[in-house]
Design a protein around this ligand. Structure first.
Ligand SMILES: Nc1ncnc2c1ncn2[C@@H]1O[C@H](COP(=O)(O)OP(=O)(O)OP(=O)(O)O)[C@@H](O)[C@H]1O
Length: 847
């Protein structure tokens, strides 16, 4: 025999003797289990127990003995049951055995492979752990819904039938018959290949596994298989192929989770294999003892025979024969023994191989189990996580619910207050409606009375209207004469102007300027009727004083408005189709620009004749809007050195024209248009002035306004002009002193002013020839000097005695223009009639 078989036999002997002597130790194949696997199983179990009974808090790395100490009084087992089966109440008994028995009874009820009471007290904890693992697995897989009839029983259970399912009973079904001590050893120990095949085939047929899979087996089917004696009747090879099949399928599916029912089957198969191996070991031992007994028997026989051989010859012969016979028998037996030993050795080798296979299978199974446990733990952790998440979510939802409740409370309070407010408002509104209704009733009554009144008023209005119609008819008849009256007025106004003289001269004396306080004036007297007297302080006698008389003299205190008021009637005649020319004459600094334009940046109060005249033109044209339609255009030029410069070129360029008619014409519709244009003109003149050294004093500036009017009743057209001329300074420049440009300028100014004087004089003399063409200025003013044209000259005087000679020169020029005028003779006609006519004209314009 080799050492492996010796070990096996020794182990068997130890276990067997222990059993015979009444010990509770049973043969347990798990003794060859890997210690690590067992401790793993224990750790998993402890963790499960801790999670099931949290108060337990048992150390995970507890030893087998510690586990026993924990479980031995049975209370923890009952606590586990109470947690797993909350519907059942497992109460603690009076003794530990009573507690454990209650637990084992529950295992019976659940059909779980249980352990013995002795296992828990002194035996192997493996059975206890297996039982608890099965319980844990069942509740993990089935969630505690176990059928009390699941009927899973354990081999060797005291409840089981010892004759058929007993742990050590050689229950191989039909093999049992062959394994009697009397049976032939070959036949008993080595079933033929054919019989193995037959039994395996039968096993498969029983389990109907030819086509199907282990995992497809239903719990009922497995239960049936485990209840029947199928496993007992199956050859060991078939059982191993079942285990292999399950593991192969598990590997093939790449799933290490073995359904519980298959795991139970697997466990039963493995236990069956273990049982058979131990049975075989026992049988071998029996055989061995048998052979030893036989050997001893034959040895004693040989010894007897040898003693006999030393006796008589006959006896010796007979004994020799017998001895020979015995020797033959002995050699036969020895052959048989050798064969038997060879067979035993073979069996032991096979056993070792099977042990090895079994161990591998168990390891694989444990590995699968471990993986499954890990997966299970993982899933449990996931479930815990999910549970925690759900609990958290539940808390959040509860908080939300609380919030919503609070909001509902707030809203209901708000809605209550709102409803209260609405009720109050409703009351107010009702009161208001009632009040309004009352007011409406009152209004209805008033309305009725008003209606009545209206009817009466309507009636009186109709009567009045009829009366008005009669009056209006008379008025329309009177209006027929209106245009005739207007034309007549115009004619009378012109006659009045003619009576006053078509050339009029107003003298204006400017005040001393600030800073000229100590100056002496040359103007001695200013009369109310146009008289002015100047004195020469260097002369005495009758030559000291010179008297002049003009149409009007304005003293230094005269305002711009006063000066203009006597000019206004001429402006009106422009709109009647006349040409009017107003110019200012005088030495430099005498106030020509002040009279014509006003001071720099003048307010409306300081406006000069230009602005006031244009403003009036628009006012009068608007007031005549019902009878006339006017178009007004403006030109602004400067005559310097006999050249015409357009001052209204928007780009500010200094364009020169040979003729005044070439200058740009700008339509205006309002005073602001005119103001804008005048500003442009003044700016352009200022540009010229800075570049040409006070050129304004040595150039004539002319603002020309062209009026085209249409009589809306008669359709007649009229055309009037207004020229507003600010002449160059009239001072005489001494030829001997002036040279170059100054001399040229002086010559041009003298020539043009003389030409103006000649024209005016010729007109006053009613000469047949009027020398208009002698200067650009007279050419420009031709249409405004002569014929129906009216001319007004402002003679500007500087009161300072230092300007006396220039003052006399200016006054003489003005006298020449106005003094010879027939106006002096005609002035006598100015009387009541003329004043009445003027008043009439003023009245007409107002209309
Ligand atoms: N009636 C007046 N009241 C107050 N100040 C006046 C009056 N007339 C003229 N002046 C002032 O006298 C100064 C000279 O007047 P203005 O420039 O009008 O003279 P001018 O004759 O136009 O001179 P020029 O020929 O150089 O253009 C200006 O400062 C002006 O404001």
């Amino acid at each position: 025999m080799n050492s492996a078989s010796d070990n096996l036999i020794a182990q068997y002997r130890r276990v067997h003797s222990s059993r015979i002597s009444g010990g509770s130790e049973v043969f347990d194949p798990t003794v060859i289990y890997n210690k690590d696997i067992e401790s793993n199983q224990r750790a998993i179990l402890v963790e499960w127990m801790n999670s099931t009974v949290p108060s337990l808090n048992f150390p995970v790395k507890a030893s087998s003995e510690q586990l026993r100490t924990c479980l031995i009084d049975g209370t923890v087992l009952l606590q586990i049951l109470n947690r797993l089966r909350p519907g059942f109440s497992y109460k603690e008994g009076s003794s530990r055995s009573e507690n454990v028995k209650k637990f084992l009874a529950c295992m019976d009820e659940l059909g779980i492979l249980k352990f013995e009471l002795s296992d828990l007290e002194t035996g192997s904890m493996k059975n206890v752990m297996d039982c608890l693992s099965t319980l844990r697995a069942q509740f993990a897989y089935l969630g505690g819904n176990l059928s009390p009839t699941s009927g899973i029983t354990r081999f060797g259970s005291p409840r089981g039938d010892a004759s058929s399912n007993g742990h050590f009973s050689p229950t191989f079904g039909e093999e049992k018959r062959k394994f009697s001590p009397e049976a032939k050893s070959q036949q008993a120990l080595e079933p033929s290949a054919a019989s193995m095949h037959r039994v395996g085939h039968k096993f498969h047929e029983v389990f109907q596994l030819k086509q199907g899979r282990f995992s497809d087996l239903s719990a009922a089917k497995i239960s049936e298989m485990m209840k029947s004696n199928s496993l007992d009747n199956s050859p060991t090879q078939s059982l191993l192929s079942v285990v292999n099949g399950i593991l192969d399928e598990s590997i093939e599916r790449k799933s290490y989770e073995i359904p519980h029912r298959v795991a139970c089957l697997l466990r039963k198969v493995v236990q069956e294999i273990e049982r058979r191996i131990s049975t075989q070991a026992e049988h071998l031992r029996t055989q061995n003892n048998l052979f030893k007994a036989r050997e001893e028997k034959y040895q004693s026989r040989i010894r007897v025979l040898e003693a006999l051989a030393s006796g008589t010859g006959e006896e010796r012969g007979a004994v020799k024969d017998q001895l020979q016979h015995l020797k033959i028998e002995k050699s036969k037996m020895e052959g048989e023994k050798r064969l038997e030993e060879e067979h035993v050795a073979k069996l032991i080798i096979e056993r070792e191989q099977r042990d090895l296979d079994l161990s591998t299978l168990k390891q694989e199974l444990e590995l699968v189990k471990e993986t499954h446990e890990l997966r299970h733990l993982q899933m449990e952790a996931e479930v815990k996580g999910a549970k925690a998440g759900l609990e958290e979510r539940l808390k959040e939802l509860e908080l939300l619910l609380e919030d919503s409740r609070n909001q509902v409370k707030v809203l209901s309070a708000y809605s209550e207050s709102k409803s209260k407010t609405f009720n109050e408002k409703e009351d107010i509104f009702k009161g208001f409606v009632e009040f309004q209704f009352g007011a409406l009733q009152g209004m209805r009554f008033s309305c009725k009375s008003i209606k009545q009144e209206i009817l009466e008023v309507q009636k009186s209005y109709t009567e009045e209207f009829n009366g008005l119609e009669v009056k209006l008819k008379a008025l329309i008849d009177a209006t027929g004469d209106y245009h005739f009256v207007v034309a007549e007025n115009r004619r009378m106004f012109n006659e009045l102007q003619e009576l006053k003289g078509n050339i009029r001269v107003y003298c204006r004396i400017r005040p001393f300027l600030p800073g000229q306080v100590a100056k002496q004036t040359a103007v001695e007297y200013i009369g109310e009727n146009g008289e002015v007297a100047v004195v020469n302080p260097s002369k005495q006698g009758k030559d000291r004083r010179r008297n002049f008389k003009f149409n009007k003299v304005f003293g230094p205190d005269s305002t711009q408005a006063e000066v203009y008021s006597d000019t206004q009637p001429l402006i009106r005649s422009v709109l009647d189709g006349f040409s009017v020319c107003i110019f200012a004459y005088g030495q430099t600094g005498s106030g020509k620009t002040y009279t014509m334009t006003g001071p720099n940046g003048a307010s409306e109060e300081d406006w000069g004749v230009n602005y006031r005249a244009l403003n009036d033109l628009f006012k009068i044209s608007l007031s005549r809007g019902g009878s006339f339609n006017y178009e007004i255009q403006v030109q602004m030029v400067e005559i310097y050195n006999e050249q015409v410069h357009d001052l209204l070129l928007i780009d500010g360029s200094q364009k020169k024209y040979p003729f005044i008619s070439d200058a740009s014409m700008h339509p205006v519709t309002s005073t602001s248009d005119v103001l804008e244009l005048m500003d442009i003109g003044l700016r352009n003149r200022a540009v010229g002035a800075t570049s040409m050294n006070e050129r304004s004093s040595r150039s004539h500036s002319v603002v020309s306004i062209h009026v085209r009017g249409k009589d809306l009743h008669s359709g007649a057209a009229l055309h009037g002009n207004l020229h507003l001329v600010d002449l160059a300074g009239s001072e005489r420049v001494d030829r001997s002193e002036a040279t170059g440009d100054r001399l040229r300028e002086a010559q041009h100014i003298n020539r043009s002013l003389s030409a103006l004087g000649d024209v005016i004089f010729a007109l006053a003399q009613k000469n047949s020839h009027v020398p208009y063409r002698n200067s650009k200025l007279t050419q420009l003013l031709q249409s405004s000097l002569g014929g129906q044209a009216k001319t007004l000259m402002f003679v500007q005087l500087n009161p300072d005695v230092s300007s006396y000679s220039e003052t006399i020169s200016t006054l003489k020029f003005a006298e020449r223009v106005s003094g010879v005028e027939l106006g002096a003779a005609r002035s006598s006609k100015e009387g009541r009639d003329a004043r009445e006519l003027m008043d009439q004209v003023s009245f007409t314009d107002v209309i």
